[in-house]
Design a binder for this molecule. Structure first.
Ligand code: NAD
Length: 333
């Protein structure tokens, strides 16, 4: 079967996903949910979406009675993912949420519980978990080609523009660079090392308190410790460009990727040479993969479910706690 998806939140990333879905083989964009009527009519003509599959934020609970939609992909500002996920689950449709799935681990766990109770899947837009070069590095690590992995470096950041955007409004974003871009190093540390961290330390720097208000982190450095002895050392920032880099080192070899999580092409090499896997639009692979997961039970090598997102948010909660207390925070994931 084809996974028939409605997108909720027709902004810049929603549009990117809609475009990428035009090349999907196992998933199809069939519906749209928006508070802006002109966007709904534009999407109807651009993507061939029937009017009966279009809803606004007041009406979309009625999706329950629409047999032509299997899943709703939530692509709104971070703090709004949870409420939408609860409503979609209640309507009996599978939930796909953008990252971060919510703005803290407690909310994330409530989303997991609600979807379980409703008998629907909860998946998160972890597009890197379907990216071929990333998967090759993970394969090499699992095959022991790097030997004992002891170090990961993740650098995630960009210079953010318009100070009035939702990303710099705590009520909508839940945090600053960490929630938005630092999460790539949090998630990346886990899939590159292949273990769950057991402790966190973190430090915050703010050079522009006018632009980055209370609760909006500008720059955070953080370290994660892993049970096998590996450490991760990472940077999350809204004040520097050219930061999209992963480095994984073991006693027999290494992998270096830059860009490591951008829309692509991802580039990188290991001690054995260039990574040559093909570039395929991440969101196309992701949506076909999610269709296989839902209908064929095919699990990706690195999970993309709600529990995976709870882990990232537990780490982010711990990073904020480590900054507040100045102490090393123990983790149990
Ligand atoms: P955006 O501002 O371009 O789009 C957000 C959309 O949400 C807009 O259409 C807006 O109208 C709508 N919206 C609904 N209610 C709103 C409200 N109360 N306030 C503001 N907007 C509201 O943002 P975006 O870049 O598309 O990001 C949306 C989500 O996608 C975020 O959670 C972000 O983290 C995620 N994202 C993921 C990736 C990725 O690579 N996986 C990339 C970019 C964004």
């Amino acid at each position: 079967p084809i996974l028939r998806v409605a997108i909720l939140g027709l902004g810049s990333y929603g549009t990117r996903v809609a475009d990428a879905m035009q090349s999907c083989k196992k998933a199809k964009l069939v519906g749209a949910i928006s508070g802006t009527p002109s966007k709904l009519t534009a999407w109807q003509s651009k993507y061939g979406i029937p009017e009966k599959n279009c809803y606004n934020y007041e009406t979309y609970d009625a999706i329950k009675n629409n047999p032509d939609i299997d899943a709703v992909y939530i692509i709104t500002p971070n703090a709004l993912h949870k409420e939408a996920a609860m409503r979609v689950a209640k309507a009996g449709k599978h939930v796909i949420s953008e990252k971060p799935m919510s703005i803290n681990a407690k909310d994330a766990q409530e989303m997991v519980d609600a979807c379980k109770k409703a008998g629907v899947k909860l998946l998160v837009g972890y597009r890197m978990h379907y990216e071929p070069k990333t998967l090759e590095v993970i394969r090499m690590r699992n095959a022991g080609e790097f030997g004992k992995v002891l170090f990961f470096q993740g650098l995630s950041g960009f210079i953010i523009g318009d100070p009035t955007q939702w990303r710099l409004n705590k009520a909508l974003s839940g945090g600053g660079a960490m929630m938005d871009i630092g999460i790539y190093s949090v998630n990346g540390a886990r899939y590159m090392i292949g273990e769950e961290p057991i402790w966190v330390t973190a430090q915050e720097v703010k050079t522009n308190p006018e632009k980055f208000k209370e609760g909006i982190d500008e720059t955070i450095t953080f370290q994660l410790g892993f049970p096998g002895g590996a450490v991760a050392s990472c940077l999350s920032t809204y004040s520097l460009n050219n930061l999209d880099k992963f480095f994984l080192d073991g006693d027999k070899g290494f992998a270096e990727m830059q860009p490591s999580t951008g829309y692509g092409p991802i580039q990188g090499h290991t001690h054995k040479g260039e990574l040559t896997q093909p570039h395929i639009t991440h969101q196309t692979l992701q949506m076909d993969g999610m269709s296989e997961l839902i209908f064929e039970g095919i699990q990706p090598v690195v999970p993309v479910d709600g529990e995976e997102a709870v882990k990232d948010l537990k780490i982010i909660d711990a990073i904020f706690e480590a900054i507040k207390t100045g102490k090393k925070v123990a983790l149990k994931l």
